[in-house]
Design a protein around this ligand. Structure first.
Ligand code: FAD
Length: 435
Protein backbone atom coordinates (compact mmCIF):
# COMPACT_ATOMS: atom_id res chain seq x y z
CA UNK A 1 0.00 0.00 0.00
CA UNK A 2 1.37 3.48 -0.81
CA UNK A 3 0.16 6.95 0.04
CA UNK A 4 1.37 10.44 -0.72
CA UNK A 5 1.15 13.57 1.44
CA UNK A 6 3.11 16.86 1.50
CA UNK A 7 5.06 15.97 4.65
CA UNK A 8 5.49 13.02 7.00
CA UNK A 9 6.29 13.87 10.62
CA UNK A 10 7.91 11.13 12.71
CA UNK A 11 6.75 11.59 16.33
CA UNK A 12 3.60 12.87 18.03
CA UNK A 13 5.24 14.45 21.09
CA UNK A 14 4.59 18.08 21.92
CA UNK A 15 7.10 19.36 19.33
CA UNK A 16 5.88 16.92 16.66
CA UNK A 17 2.22 17.86 17.11
CA UNK A 18 3.06 21.59 17.29
CA UNK A 19 4.87 21.27 13.96
CA UNK A 20 1.93 19.37 12.44
CA UNK A 21 -0.41 22.16 13.58
CA UNK A 22 1.76 24.94 12.14
CA UNK A 23 2.31 23.19 8.78
CA UNK A 24 -1.42 22.42 8.55
CA UNK A 25 -2.17 26.12 9.15
CA UNK A 26 0.08 26.92 6.19
CA UNK A 27 -2.00 24.55 4.03
CA UNK A 28 0.32 21.53 4.07
CA UNK A 29 -1.21 18.06 4.04
CA UNK A 30 0.71 16.30 6.81
CA UNK A 31 0.72 12.76 8.17
CA UNK A 32 2.16 12.24 11.67
CA UNK A 33 3.37 8.77 12.64
CA UNK A 34 4.11 7.34 16.06
CA UNK A 35 4.98 3.84 17.15
CA UNK A 36 3.11 4.31 20.44
CA UNK A 37 -0.58 3.59 20.83
CA UNK A 38 -1.43 7.11 21.99
CA UNK A 39 -0.43 10.60 20.93
CA UNK A 40 2.01 12.37 23.27
CA UNK A 41 3.13 9.21 25.04
CA UNK A 42 6.86 9.53 24.36
CA UNK A 43 9.11 11.66 26.57
CA UNK A 44 6.46 14.40 26.51
CA UNK A 45 4.28 12.32 28.86
CA UNK A 46 7.17 12.04 31.36
CA UNK A 47 8.01 15.75 31.18
CA UNK A 48 7.91 17.97 34.27
CA UNK A 49 6.45 20.52 31.83
CA UNK A 50 8.02 23.51 33.57
CA UNK A 51 7.63 26.74 31.62
CA UNK A 52 10.47 29.02 32.74
CA UNK A 53 12.19 31.96 31.09
CA UNK A 54 15.69 32.07 32.57
CA UNK A 55 18.35 30.73 30.23
CA UNK A 56 22.11 31.33 30.13
CA UNK A 57 22.05 32.47 26.48
CA UNK A 58 20.19 35.51 25.13
CA UNK A 59 18.63 33.52 22.26
CA UNK A 60 17.53 30.78 24.67
CA UNK A 61 15.86 33.40 26.89
CA UNK A 62 14.11 35.10 23.93
CA UNK A 63 12.75 31.77 22.67
CA UNK A 64 11.48 30.73 26.12
CA UNK A 65 9.92 34.13 26.87
CA UNK A 66 8.10 33.94 23.53
CA UNK A 67 7.10 30.33 24.34
CA UNK A 68 5.40 31.29 27.62
CA UNK A 69 2.72 33.32 25.83
CA UNK A 70 1.29 30.27 24.00
CA UNK A 71 0.73 28.41 27.28
CA UNK A 72 -0.87 31.51 28.79
CA UNK A 73 -3.25 31.78 25.82
CA UNK A 74 -3.57 28.02 25.19
CA UNK A 75 -7.22 27.82 24.01
CA UNK A 76 -6.80 30.80 21.66
CA UNK A 77 -3.54 29.44 20.30
CA UNK A 78 -5.23 26.12 19.49
CA UNK A 79 -8.36 27.74 18.05
CA UNK A 80 -10.30 25.29 20.26
CA UNK A 81 -13.28 26.00 22.52
CA UNK A 82 -12.33 27.18 26.00
CA UNK A 83 -14.50 24.45 27.54
CA UNK A 84 -12.68 21.67 25.60
CA UNK A 85 -10.59 19.26 27.71
CA UNK A 86 -7.41 21.34 27.62
CA UNK A 87 -4.10 21.03 29.44
CA UNK A 88 -3.82 23.67 32.16
CA UNK A 89 -1.00 26.14 32.73
CA UNK A 90 -0.44 26.99 36.42
CA UNK A 91 1.42 30.28 36.72
CA UNK A 92 3.27 29.71 40.01
CA UNK A 93 6.45 31.63 39.24
CA UNK A 94 9.98 30.22 39.40
CA UNK A 95 12.53 30.98 42.11
CA UNK A 96 16.18 30.45 41.21
CA UNK A 97 18.80 30.40 43.96
CA UNK A 98 21.84 32.61 43.38
CA UNK A 99 24.99 30.49 43.50
CA UNK A 100 28.60 30.71 42.34
CA UNK A 101 27.70 28.00 39.82
CA UNK A 102 25.19 30.25 38.03
CA UNK A 103 27.22 33.45 38.41
CA UNK A 104 24.60 34.74 40.86
CA UNK A 105 22.28 34.98 37.84
CA UNK A 106 23.78 38.26 36.59
CA UNK A 107 23.65 37.13 32.96
CA UNK A 108 20.15 35.67 33.32
CA UNK A 109 18.86 38.97 34.74
CA UNK A 110 20.57 40.93 31.94
CA UNK A 111 18.92 38.71 29.33
CA UNK A 112 15.48 39.07 30.94
CA UNK A 113 15.85 42.84 31.38
CA UNK A 114 16.82 43.25 27.72
CA UNK A 115 13.69 41.36 26.69
CA UNK A 116 11.26 43.03 29.11
CA UNK A 117 10.65 39.71 30.89
CA UNK A 118 9.70 40.50 34.51
CA UNK A 119 11.78 39.26 37.46
CA UNK A 120 12.36 40.23 41.12
CA UNK A 121 15.37 39.78 43.38
CA UNK A 122 14.53 38.09 46.68
CA UNK A 123 16.61 38.26 49.88
CA UNK A 124 17.11 35.05 51.84
CA UNK A 125 14.73 36.48 54.45
CA UNK A 126 11.98 36.85 51.87
CA UNK A 127 12.59 33.26 50.74
CA UNK A 128 12.11 31.83 54.23
CA UNK A 129 9.09 34.08 54.82
CA UNK A 130 7.41 32.55 51.76
CA UNK A 131 8.80 29.05 52.25
CA UNK A 132 8.88 28.48 55.98
CA UNK A 133 10.06 24.87 55.46
CA UNK A 134 13.29 26.08 53.79
CA UNK A 135 16.78 26.16 55.31
CA UNK A 136 19.28 28.52 53.67
CA UNK A 137 22.43 26.47 54.54
CA UNK A 138 24.75 26.03 51.58
CA UNK A 139 25.90 22.51 50.63
CA UNK A 140 27.71 23.02 47.30
CA UNK A 141 29.27 21.17 45.63
CA UNK A 142 26.61 18.47 45.27
CA UNK A 143 27.76 15.03 46.46
CA UNK A 144 26.72 11.41 46.17
CA UNK A 145 25.09 9.85 49.24
CA UNK A 146 28.06 7.55 49.88
CA UNK A 147 30.32 10.59 50.29
CA UNK A 148 31.03 10.83 54.07
CA UNK A 149 30.49 14.61 53.89
CA UNK A 150 27.03 14.30 52.30
CA UNK A 151 24.51 16.47 54.14
CA UNK A 152 27.13 18.66 55.83
CA UNK A 153 26.79 22.39 55.28
CA UNK A 154 29.87 24.06 53.76
CA UNK A 155 29.56 26.69 56.48
CA UNK A 156 28.00 29.44 54.40
CA UNK A 157 24.42 30.50 53.70
CA UNK A 158 22.64 31.19 50.42
CA UNK A 159 22.41 34.93 49.87
CA UNK A 160 19.21 35.17 47.87
CA UNK A 161 17.40 34.28 44.68
CA UNK A 162 15.68 35.69 41.61
CA UNK A 163 11.95 35.14 41.10
CA UNK A 164 10.44 35.03 37.61
CA UNK A 165 6.68 35.52 38.35
CA UNK A 166 5.38 34.49 34.92
CA UNK A 167 6.84 30.96 35.02
CA UNK A 168 4.67 27.94 35.74
CA UNK A 169 3.96 24.38 34.69
CA UNK A 170 1.46 22.43 32.63
CA UNK A 171 -0.52 19.84 34.55
CA UNK A 172 -0.88 17.17 31.84
CA UNK A 173 1.82 17.30 29.14
CA UNK A 174 0.50 14.30 27.15
CA UNK A 175 -2.89 16.04 26.97
CA UNK A 176 -1.17 19.15 25.59
CA UNK A 177 0.14 17.05 22.66
CA UNK A 178 -3.35 15.65 22.14
CA UNK A 179 -4.75 19.21 22.17
CA UNK A 180 -2.24 20.21 19.48
CA UNK A 181 -3.14 17.11 17.44
CA UNK A 182 -6.86 17.99 17.66
CA UNK A 183 -6.06 21.53 16.55
CA UNK A 184 -3.99 20.16 13.64
CA UNK A 185 -6.77 17.73 12.65
CA UNK A 186 -9.18 20.67 12.50
CA UNK A 187 -6.83 22.09 9.87
CA UNK A 188 -6.72 18.82 7.90
CA UNK A 189 -3.71 16.99 9.41
CA UNK A 190 -3.71 13.18 9.73
CA UNK A 191 -2.26 11.09 12.56
CA UNK A 192 -1.41 7.41 12.73
CA UNK A 193 -0.33 5.60 15.90
CA UNK A 194 1.22 2.08 16.14
CA UNK A 195 3.26 3.02 13.07
CA UNK A 196 6.94 2.22 13.68
CA UNK A 197 9.29 3.84 11.14
CA UNK A 198 12.18 1.52 10.30
CA UNK A 199 13.69 3.18 7.22
CA UNK A 200 13.89 6.53 5.44
CA UNK A 201 13.32 6.10 1.71
CA UNK A 202 15.44 8.16 -0.67
CA UNK A 203 15.93 8.60 -4.38
CA UNK A 204 18.82 10.47 -6.04
CA UNK A 205 19.89 12.37 -2.90
CA UNK A 206 16.33 13.37 -2.02
CA UNK A 207 14.00 11.96 0.61
CA UNK A 208 11.08 9.97 -0.79
CA UNK A 209 9.18 8.75 2.27
CA UNK A 210 9.38 6.19 5.07
CA UNK A 211 9.08 2.45 5.50
CA UNK A 212 7.18 1.00 8.45
CA UNK A 213 7.92 -2.14 10.46
CA UNK A 214 5.02 -3.93 8.71
CA UNK A 215 6.70 -3.31 5.34
CA UNK A 216 4.34 -0.56 4.27
CA UNK A 217 5.85 2.40 2.39
CA UNK A 218 4.49 5.94 2.72
CA UNK A 219 5.63 8.66 0.33
CA UNK A 220 6.20 12.38 0.82
CA UNK A 221 8.71 14.92 -0.54
CA UNK A 222 9.38 16.15 3.02
CA UNK A 223 10.07 13.98 6.09
CA UNK A 224 10.66 15.53 9.54
CA UNK A 225 12.45 13.73 12.36
CA UNK A 226 10.79 14.72 15.66
CA UNK A 227 11.38 11.35 17.27
CA UNK A 228 12.54 12.68 20.67
CA UNK A 229 15.07 10.31 22.27
CA UNK A 230 14.79 8.13 19.14
CA UNK A 231 16.12 10.99 16.95
CA UNK A 232 19.67 9.69 16.46
CA UNK A 233 18.35 6.30 15.31
CA UNK A 234 16.09 8.01 12.74
CA UNK A 235 18.98 10.27 11.64
CA UNK A 236 21.11 7.15 11.18
CA UNK A 237 18.35 5.58 9.01
CA UNK A 238 18.50 8.72 6.84
CA UNK A 239 22.31 8.62 6.70
CA UNK A 240 22.61 12.26 7.81
CA UNK A 241 24.80 11.92 10.92
CA UNK A 242 28.10 12.57 9.14
CA UNK A 243 27.72 16.33 8.54
CA UNK A 244 26.34 17.09 12.03
CA UNK A 245 28.78 18.64 14.53
CA UNK A 246 26.06 18.45 17.21
CA UNK A 247 24.95 14.91 18.02
CA UNK A 248 21.95 13.67 20.02
CA UNK A 249 21.79 10.78 22.47
CA UNK A 250 19.16 9.36 24.87
CA UNK A 251 19.91 10.09 28.54
CA UNK A 252 18.03 8.36 31.35
CA UNK A 253 16.46 10.50 34.10
CA UNK A 254 14.62 9.84 37.35
CA UNK A 255 12.09 12.27 38.77
CA UNK A 256 11.03 12.00 42.43
CA UNK A 257 7.53 12.59 43.83
CA UNK A 258 7.30 12.97 47.64
CA UNK A 259 4.60 14.36 49.94
CA UNK A 260 5.15 17.94 51.15
CA UNK A 261 6.01 18.21 54.87
CA UNK A 262 2.92 18.01 57.03
CA UNK A 263 1.30 21.38 57.67
CA UNK A 264 2.76 23.09 54.59
CA UNK A 265 0.54 23.48 51.53
CA UNK A 266 3.19 23.30 48.82
CA UNK A 267 0.59 22.83 46.11
CA UNK A 268 -0.87 26.29 46.85
CA UNK A 269 2.04 28.17 48.41
CA UNK A 270 4.98 26.47 46.71
CA UNK A 271 6.57 27.52 43.48
CA UNK A 272 9.00 26.14 40.94
CA UNK A 273 12.48 26.29 42.45
CA UNK A 274 15.82 25.77 40.74
CA UNK A 275 18.56 25.24 43.32
CA UNK A 276 22.00 24.57 41.88
CA UNK A 277 23.48 24.59 45.41
CA UNK A 278 21.90 21.15 45.98
CA UNK A 279 21.61 20.32 42.22
CA UNK A 280 17.82 19.90 42.36
CA UNK A 281 14.83 21.60 40.83
CA UNK A 282 11.32 21.13 42.11
CA UNK A 283 7.71 22.11 41.54
CA UNK A 284 4.33 21.49 43.16
CA UNK A 285 2.67 18.21 42.13
CA UNK A 286 -0.99 17.38 42.67
CA UNK A 287 -2.05 15.84 45.99
CA UNK A 288 0.26 18.29 47.83
CA UNK A 289 3.32 16.46 46.58
CA UNK A 290 6.68 17.90 45.57
CA UNK A 291 8.25 16.83 42.29
CA UNK A 292 12.08 16.80 42.42
CA UNK A 293 14.31 16.62 39.34
CA UNK A 294 18.08 16.59 39.02
CA UNK A 295 20.23 19.45 37.72
CA UNK A 296 22.82 16.83 36.69
CA UNK A 297 25.80 17.67 38.95
CA UNK A 298 29.27 16.51 37.92
CA UNK A 299 29.38 13.79 40.62
CA UNK A 300 26.41 11.93 39.04
CA UNK A 301 27.53 9.74 36.13
CA UNK A 302 25.41 10.32 33.03
CA UNK A 303 23.16 7.33 32.37
CA UNK A 304 23.38 7.16 28.57
CA UNK A 305 21.29 4.43 26.96
CA UNK A 306 21.63 2.75 23.57
CA UNK A 307 18.09 3.27 22.33
CA UNK A 308 14.78 4.81 23.33
CA UNK A 309 12.87 1.53 23.72
CA UNK A 310 14.94 -0.85 25.88
CA UNK A 311 16.11 0.86 29.04
CA UNK A 312 15.66 0.30 32.78
CA UNK A 313 12.37 1.90 33.82
CA UNK A 314 12.85 1.09 37.53
CA UNK A 315 14.01 3.56 40.15
CA UNK A 316 17.59 3.19 41.37
CA UNK A 317 19.74 4.82 44.09
CA UNK A 318 19.47 7.99 42.05
CA UNK A 319 15.89 8.42 43.31
CA UNK A 320 17.02 8.34 46.95
CA UNK A 321 20.01 10.59 46.22
CA UNK A 322 17.72 13.28 44.73
CA UNK A 323 15.23 13.00 47.61
CA UNK A 324 18.04 13.25 50.19
CA UNK A 325 19.62 16.22 48.40
CA UNK A 326 16.31 18.06 48.56
CA UNK A 327 15.94 17.13 52.25
CA UNK A 328 19.07 19.20 52.87
CA UNK A 329 17.01 22.25 51.88
CA UNK A 330 13.80 21.04 53.55
CA UNK A 331 14.89 19.24 56.75
CA UNK A 332 11.27 18.34 57.65
CA UNK A 333 10.81 16.42 54.37
CA UNK A 334 9.58 12.86 54.90
CA UNK A 335 10.97 10.36 52.39
CA UNK A 336 8.59 7.42 51.83
CA UNK A 337 10.08 3.93 51.54
CA UNK A 338 8.13 3.36 48.30
CA UNK A 339 9.65 5.31 45.42
CA UNK A 340 7.19 7.25 43.26
CA UNK A 341 7.80 9.47 40.28
CA UNK A 342 8.90 9.10 36.67
CA UNK A 343 11.72 7.38 34.77
CA UNK A 344 12.14 8.71 31.22
CA UNK A 345 14.69 9.89 28.64
CA UNK A 346 16.07 13.22 27.54
CA UNK A 347 17.23 13.55 23.95
CA UNK A 348 20.47 15.28 24.98
CA UNK A 349 22.50 17.22 22.41
CA UNK A 350 26.25 17.83 22.60
CA UNK A 351 25.79 21.34 24.04
CA UNK A 352 22.32 20.84 25.56
CA UNK A 353 20.78 23.25 23.03
CA UNK A 354 18.26 21.77 20.56
CA UNK A 355 18.65 21.30 16.81
CA UNK A 356 15.93 22.83 14.62
CA UNK A 357 17.32 22.38 11.14
CA UNK A 358 17.46 20.82 7.69
CA UNK A 359 19.90 17.98 7.00
CA UNK A 360 22.38 16.82 4.38
CA UNK A 361 19.54 14.87 2.73
CA UNK A 362 17.27 17.07 0.60
CA UNK A 363 13.75 17.25 2.05
CA UNK A 364 14.73 15.64 5.39
CA UNK A 365 14.46 17.93 8.45
CA UNK A 366 14.97 17.52 12.18
CA UNK A 367 13.68 19.01 15.44
CA UNK A 368 15.63 17.10 18.04
CA UNK A 369 18.19 17.28 20.86
CA UNK A 370 15.62 18.94 23.11
CA UNK A 371 17.88 18.11 26.09
CA UNK A 372 15.21 18.01 28.78
CA UNK A 373 14.30 21.67 28.33
CA UNK A 374 12.20 22.25 25.22
CA UNK A 375 8.67 21.32 26.30
CA UNK A 376 8.09 24.99 27.06
CA UNK A 377 9.20 25.98 23.57
CA UNK A 378 7.17 23.45 21.61
CA UNK A 379 4.54 25.88 20.24
CA UNK A 380 7.15 28.34 18.95
CA UNK A 381 9.46 25.50 17.81
CA UNK A 382 6.55 24.23 15.68
CA UNK A 383 6.26 27.68 14.07
CA UNK A 384 10.02 27.84 13.53
CA UNK A 385 10.08 24.40 11.88
CA UNK A 386 7.17 25.25 9.56
CA UNK A 387 8.89 28.49 8.46
CA UNK A 388 12.27 26.80 8.09
CA UNK A 389 10.81 24.04 5.91
CA UNK A 390 9.02 26.54 3.66
CA UNK A 391 12.20 28.64 3.43
CA UNK A 392 14.32 25.65 2.37
CA UNK A 393 11.70 24.13 0.06
CA UNK A 394 11.52 27.51 -1.72
CA UNK A 395 15.18 26.95 -2.70
CA UNK A 396 16.99 28.96 0.01
CA UNK A 397 20.17 27.55 1.52
CA UNK A 398 19.65 27.77 5.28
CA UNK A 399 23.22 26.54 5.89
CA UNK A 400 24.86 29.52 4.18
CA UNK A 401 22.05 32.08 4.59
CA UNK A 402 20.16 31.12 7.74
CA UNK A 403 16.49 31.96 8.04
CA UNK A 404 15.71 35.12 10.03
CA UNK A 405 12.68 34.21 12.11
CA UNK A 406 10.32 36.62 13.86
CA UNK A 407 9.01 35.74 17.33
CA UNK A 408 5.48 37.13 16.99
CA UNK A 409 4.53 37.79 20.62
CA UNK A 410 7.70 39.56 21.69
CA UNK A 411 8.29 41.01 18.21
CA UNK A 412 11.97 40.07 17.94
CA UNK A 413 13.84 38.56 15.07
CA UNK A 414 16.24 35.69 15.72
CA UNK A 415 18.85 33.99 13.57
CA UNK A 416 17.52 30.44 13.20
CA UNK A 417 21.12 29.35 12.52
CA UNK A 418 21.52 29.40 16.33
CA UNK A 419 19.88 25.95 16.26
CA UNK A 420 21.99 24.56 13.40
CA UNK A 421 23.14 20.95 13.45
CA UNK A 422 26.47 22.24 12.18
CA UNK A 423 27.03 25.04 14.74
CA UNK A 424 30.15 25.29 16.83
CA UNK A 425 29.49 23.98 20.32
CA UNK A 426 27.89 26.88 22.23
CA UNK A 427 30.26 27.58 25.16
CA UNK A 428 27.66 29.86 26.80
CA UNK A 429 25.44 26.85 27.45
CA UNK A 430 25.19 25.50 31.00
CA UNK A 431 25.82 22.02 29.48
CA UNK A 432 22.98 20.74 31.64
CA UNK A 433 19.21 20.49 31.54
CA UNK A 434 19.16 24.23 32.27
CA UNK A 435 20.22 24.84 28.66
C1 FAD B 1 11.93 13.59 32.89
C2 FAD B 1 11.81 14.76 31.95
C3 FAD B 1 11.51 16.02 32.46
C4 FAD B 1 11.42 17.11 31.59
N1 FAD B 1 11.07 18.33 32.10
C5 FAD B 1 10.94 19.40 31.26
C6 FAD B 1 10.52 20.65 31.79
O1 FAD B 1 10.22 20.78 32.97
N2 FAD B 1 10.41 21.70 30.92
C7 FAD B 1 10.75 21.59 29.61
O2 FAD B 1 10.66 22.60 28.88
N3 FAD B 1 11.12 20.40 29.08
C8 FAD B 1 11.21 19.30 29.87
N4 FAD B 1 11.56 18.08 29.38
C9 FAD B 1 11.84 17.97 27.93
C10 FAD B 1 10.58 17.86 27.12
O3 FAD B 1 9.70 16.97 27.72
C11 FAD B 1 10.95 17.41 25.72
O4 FAD B 1 11.84 18.36 25.17
C12 FAD B 1 9.74 17.32 24.81
O5 FAD B 1 8.68 16.63 25.41
C13 FAD B 1 10.16 16.61 23.51
O6 FAD B 1 9.05 16.49 22.66
P1 FAD B 1 9.22 15.77 21.28
O7 FAD B 1 7.94 15.94 20.55
O8 FAD B 1 10.46 16.26 20.62
O9 FAD B 1 9.58 14.26 21.63
P2 FAD B 1 8.75 13.05 22.33
O10 FAD B 1 7.68 13.52 23.21
O11 FAD B 1 9.77 12.14 22.89
O12 FAD B 1 8.07 12.35 21.08
C14 FAD B 1 8.78 11.60 20.15
C15 FAD B 1 7.87 10.52 19.64
O13 FAD B 1 8.51 9.88 18.55
C16 FAD B 1 8.11 8.52 18.54
N5 FAD B 1 9.12 7.75 17.79
C17 FAD B 1 10.44 7.66 18.03
N6 FAD B 1 11.03 6.87 17.10
C18 FAD B 1 10.03 6.47 16.26
C19 FAD B 1 10.02 5.65 15.12
N7 FAD B 1 11.13 5.11 14.63
N8 FAD B 1 8.82 5.42 14.51
C20 FAD B 1 7.68 5.98 14.98
N9 FAD B 1 7.65 6.77 16.07
C21 FAD B 1 8.82 7.02 16.69
C22 FAD B 1 8.08 8.15 20.02
O14 FAD B 1 7.21 7.06 20.22
C23 FAD B 1 7.57 9.44 20.66
O15 FAD B 1 6.18 9.40 20.92
C24 FAD B 1 11.65 16.95 30.20
C25 FAD B 1 11.93 15.68 29.69
C26 FAD B 1 12.00 14.59 30.55
C27 FAD B 1 12.29 13.24 29.99
Amino acid sequence: MTKSVDAIIIGTGVIGTATAFELAKKGWKTLSLDRNAQIGHGSTAGSCAIIRMHYSTFDGTAFAWEGYHYWRDWADHLELARDADLAKFKETGCLVMKTDGNGHLVKHMENSAALGCPFEEWSSRKITEKLSIYSMESYAPARRMDDPTFGQSNGSLLTGAVFWPKAGYVTDPALSSQNLADAARNRGADFRTRADVTDILQDGGKVKGVKLANGEELYAPVVINIAGPGSSIVNRMAGVLEDMTIKTRPLRQEVVHVPAPEGFDFETNGTIISDSDIACYCRPEHGNHILIGSEDPECDPHQWVDNDVDYDRNFTDQWTTQAMRYAQRVPSLGIPSRARGVVDLYDASTDWIPIYDKSALDGFYMACGSSGNQYKNAPIAGKLMASLIEYCEAGNDHDTEPLRFRLPYIDREIDAGFYSRRRLINEESSFSVLG
